[in-house]
Design a protein around this ligand. Structure first.
Ligand code: GDP
Length: 472
């Protein structure tokens, strides 16, 4: 774990940068610090690394005295033109645990120290190579498993969020400066800061902050997978649908009502968005103790879900039943998609009156999105459903919107918004300029903690960088 002393450490650090224990051909060992090139040079036989240009590649051997440990390629990056802004040497060795251990202990014997988790990225941050939100995005990028989370992390790492926040900070700083200038003039009662202009700025900033805060719901869903609860009466076809979605037989499918006793969770990625499907026990009143637990769990799962897929079919459900059950799950933040299953059994005769009633009773903005008719046994018709799922999620943010994925960021934004509201209230109440300026400074500070422009608590740095793996 990163400690306070690591924040000022000038040691040269070393770690395996590639993942250990894999069967890949090559491993990369990374050194960073003032002595990185010296230390590498002391164990390398080939060209004299001290005389080489930055961003060059060198073939040679790593030797422990006269014993050749490995044939390697060395990449040289002279500070400040490196990830950490220090001298960095990357040694590509053959990927043998024995070789890696030998090379690292040899480098340690020559003066390097084993790096802690996140210490390379911490140095990149401390030396100004990355701001804090970019450093956090590096961890997200490494963890990203699908296109959508990769896109967001890449944008954040390349400074998308930082530049947006910087824009807001500059506007606030300008205004605060004018307000503070007024205070310097004290008694003279001058107004440099145009109040109506400020009210406009404040409204814009608050809208901006609110939008960013709202994007977290999407960002979080993308990062951790969108939880989708599949609910319906026993035999509605929930397991069959899950299997069709997963395209393999993992859930138990059976004609006996109540076979799917436990909940089963499976993640699949559709068009770059990961959905976590939850299969649940059928919804019905039951005396069966195990089943009752299953039903209770179904309700819990819906409580944790972002999307509810409610399955029914014209043979086994009445419109009233569907309406009542779907209504019972209604909650802020939950979107329901109604899925009329088994249309192959309708013989081309769709009971439109039933759906019309359901539509009339249930459709309202923000809850029930649509009714989709499918046959869970037919892959083509299931595609209509997956399209709808993706649309629901993609529709949560506009294309050019910055997306917040980090709980620390969203908390800071909420506090900044609170401070801006304090400013507005202060204006309404006609509070003194210095109090207004102090609320503005609060807002600035909260925004600044996201990128680390203002001092961030050392414990927080420890937590952020501690989440990285060693070597990053
Ligand atoms: P669950 O209790 O909701 O999980 O329902 P199951 O997935 O176990 O399905 C119950 C029965 O309905 C099984 O015999 C399925 O083969 C059948 N079934 C599911 N979907 C369809 C469908 O679209 N068409 C037809 N004809 N049968 C289906």
């Amino acid at each position: 774990m990163i400690s306070t002393s690591d924040l000022i450490s000038s040691d040269t650090i070393v770690a395996l940068a590639t993942s250990s224990g894999t069967t890949g051909a090559i491993a990369v060992i990374r050194l960073s610090g003032d002595r990185a090139i010296d230390i590498a040079n002391a164990v390398f036989k080939g060209k004299d690394l001290l005389k080489q240009e930055t961003h060059t590649l060198h073939f040679g051997t790593i030797r422990d005295e006269e014993v050749i440990v490995d044939e390697v390629l060395i990449s040289l990056f002279k500070g400040p033109n490196s990830y950490t802004k220090e001298h960095v040497v990357e040694i590509s060795t053959h990927n043998s645990k024995y070789i890696i251990d030998q090379v690292i202990s040899l480098l340690i014997r020559h003066g390097a120290r084993a790096a802690k988790a996140g210490e390379f990225t911490l140095r990149a941050f401390l030396n100004g190579g990355l701001d804090l939100s970019q450093a956090e995005a590096v961890a997200d990028l490494i963890a990203s498993e699908n296109k959508a989370s990769h896109e967001i992390a890449m944008n954040q790492m390349r400074g998308g969020i930082s530049s947006e926040l910087q824009g807001m900070r500059e506007q606030l700083i300008n205004f605060t400066a004018l307000l503070e200038l007024e205070l310097d003039f004290g008694e003279e009662d001058v107004e440099f800061a145009d109040r109506s202009e400020f009210m406009q700025l404040s409204t814009t900033l608050k809208a901006h902050l609110t939008k960013l805060i709202a994007s977290f719901e999407y960002g979080n869903a993308i990062k951790h997978g969108v939880p989708v609860a599949i609910i319906g009466k026993p035999n509605a076809g929930k397991s069959t649908l899950l299997n069709a979605l997963l395209n393999e037989e993992r859930a138990i499918v059976s004609d006996i009502a109540g076979t799917t006793r436990d909940t089963i969770e499976e993640a699949i990625t559709i068009e770059g968005v990961t959905f976590r499907f939850i299969d649940t026990a059928g919804l019905r009143d039951t005396d069966d103790a195990i089943e009752a637990i299953g039903v209770a769990r179904a309700k819990e799962k819906v409580a944790a879900a972002k999307i509810l897929l409610y399955l029914y079919d014209a043979q086994n459900n009445t419109a009233d039943e569907v309406i009542e059950q779907v209504k019972s799950f209604r909650r802020e933040g939950l979107t329901a998609i109604l899925v009329r299953n088994k249309i192959d059994l309708e013989g081309g005769h769709f009971p439109n009156e039933m759906d019309d009633r359901i539509r009339e009773e249930l459709f309202e903005p923000g809850y029930v999105a649509e009714i989709i008719a499918i046959s869970a046994k037919d892959a083509n018709s299931v595609a209509a459903l997956t399209n709808s799922l993706v649309l629901q999620i993609r529709g949560m943010v506009s294309d050019d919107q910055q997306v917040i994925t980090n709980i620390r960021h969203v908390e800071a934004l909420k506090q900044a918004l609170q401070s801006m509201e304090d400013v507005d209230r202060g204006f309404d109440l006609g509070i003194s300029g210095d109090l207004l300026a102090s609320h503005l400074r609060d807002a600035l500070r909260h925004i600044g903690t996201i990128t680390g422009q203002v001092d961030v608590d050392r414990d927080i740095l420890g937590t952020i960088f501690g989440k990285f793996c060693i070597g990053k």
